[in-house]
Design a protein around this ligand. Structure first.
Ligand code: PEP
Length: 252
């Protein structure tokens, strides 16, 4: 079985001015242990990507973007292409975050277009999927996850399968302080891995599946110890080094 290096990514959402972003990136860079097991990525807002890239230069911390449009260039006011994100130094791009689906109308179809464009630009998408509270209560979690994963992957070929990260983020756990229990999360992660095997074949074993939803220093170690949890996508706690650094350390 391939070794899956855990990926701990901080999603800063719509937070941080330039000076604040520089300080946060610097504090995280200075605080991470050199021999740590986890790969670390920071996803500041677009406005701070270049500044954070400069702060991370020469380190092994990765830059990530929170979204991308699928076209390469053109008359798309307000949009940013994957090529632009590669140009500024990104390695990862979050696609299909539940906040994009909820507030900006992203659908499985548009998420799939974004994912394909991100891979075509040589970047690694972090595809977010997860059920709402109502869907969990209606016992639809696995159907929703299957639909979002199948829809998001679209016609992705197995050969590109490993250059991909999935983030399972139950919507009811994002920013709420509620967290899936390790057992609940592992059950869905295991299901996602079986779907990846079905859709992409052998590369599924190497694909990292992050958990996201109110990850804190208190729950990180037990979540990350689950066999199919390969990292975390962290929102609120990624804005504070005193919370984010222990989460990184919890990965070993
Ligand atoms: C997220 O935005 O992806 C997230 C998981 O947020 P939080 O950690 O704040 O729940």
């Amino acid at each position: 079985m391939p070794e899956r290096r855990p990926l701990i990514a901080g999603n800063w959402k719509m937070h941080k001015t330039l000076p604040e972003a520089r300080t946060l990136a610097r504090d995280i860079r200075q605080g991470v242990a050199p021999g740590r097991r986890a790969e670390v990525a920071l996803a500041p807002p677009y406005t701070a990507l270049a500044a954070v890239a400069a702060e991370l230069a020469g380190s092994d911390l990765r830059l990530a973007a929170q979204d991308a449009f699928w076209e390469k260039q053109g008359a798309y006011t307000g949009a940013i292409s994957p090529a632009m994100l590669a140009d500024v130094g990104c390695r990862y791009v979050i696609v299909g975050h539940s906040e994009r689906r909820r507030h900006f109308g992203d659908t499985d179809e548009t998420v799939s277009r974004k994912l394909t464009a991100v891979i075509a630009a040589g970047l690694i998408p972090i595809l977010c999927i997860g059920e709402t509270q109502a869907e969990r209560e209606a016992d639809q979690t696995l159907q929703v996850v299957r639909r979002q994963l199948e829809g998001g992957l679209g016609t992705l070929k197995p050969a590109t399968g490993a250059a991909l990260v999935i983030a399972y983020e139950p919507v009811w756990a994002i920013g709420t302080g509620l967290t899936a229990t390790p057992e609940q999360a592992q059950t869905v992660h295991h299901f996602i891995r079986s779907l990846l095997r079905e859709f992409l074949g052998a590369p599924a074993e190497a694909i990292r599946i992050q958990y996201g939803g109110s990850v804190t220093p208190d729950n990180a170690a037990i979540l990350l110890a689950q066999p199919d949890i390969d990292g975390a996508l962290v929102g609120g706690a990624s804005l504070k080094p005193e919370l984010f650094l222990p989460i990184i350390a919890a990965a070993g």
